[in-house]
Design a protein around this ligand. Structure first.
Ligand code: S3P
Length: 174
């Protein structure tokens, strides 16, 4: 049976963290951010995990965390790292956890949000134009996985985080 969590997915900088906080406040549900949980469990930042253990190890940690959440019946708001929907196994687990909402955003909007961000290893050291290009390329290769994982797609263009959260709550039955 499908779980009751609200699972937010989408590319880095699409607003998952802010929207998930608003959703948790509005619904009174527990909030879990997969990046934060993994950082806490490993005692180091995502960047350091990538450097010291490698991306593959990080991806395995993501899958193990999802499995654990599904097995324990997590029913809160789950904000997922941007690479989570790329694995078929993760897409299945997310669907088991609950309603999966893809927050869609375009490359320029994302690059603007992440202009001064150095916390994402996959975009580190790039200037704005390079970021736009890399994000565009990555979105093109990830889009299908995001769409396949999603029960609902919310286009965030021109919307505030509060509006996105209201839109999600209006569209899903919780
Ligand atoms: C990643 C997204 C990040 C984090 C890691 C890899 C990705 O999470 O998990 O840097 O592959 O898109 P956010 O989407 O929360 O930034």
């Amino acid at each position: 049976m499908k779980g009751k969590a609200i699972v937010l997915i989408g590319y880095m900088g699409c607003g998952k963290t802010t929207v998930s906080k608003i959703l948790a406040e509005k619904t009174g549900r527990l909030l879990l951010d997969t990046d934060e949980r993994i950082e806490h469990e490993q005692g180091m930042s995502i960047s350091r995990i990538f450097e010291e253990k490698g991306e593959q190890a990080f991806r395995q940690m993501e899958t193990e965390l999802l499995e654990q959440l599904v097995n324990t019946g997590f029913d809160g708001i789950l904000s997922c790292g941007g690479g989570m929907p790329l694995k078929e196994e993760n897409r299945r687990l997310m669907k088991d956890a609950g309603t999966v909402v893809y927050l869609k955003a375009d490359a320029e909007a994302i690059a603007t949000r992440l202009k001064d961000d150095e916390s994402r290893p996959l975009l580190r050291g790039l200037d704005y134009a390079e970021k736009v290009k890399k994000i565009r390329d990555m979105l093109a290769s990830r889009e299908r996985s995001y769409e396949a994982a999603a029960d609902q797609v919310t286009d965030t263009a021109g919307m505030s985080s509060a509006e996105v959260a209201s839109c999600i709550l209006a569209c899903i039955h919780i």
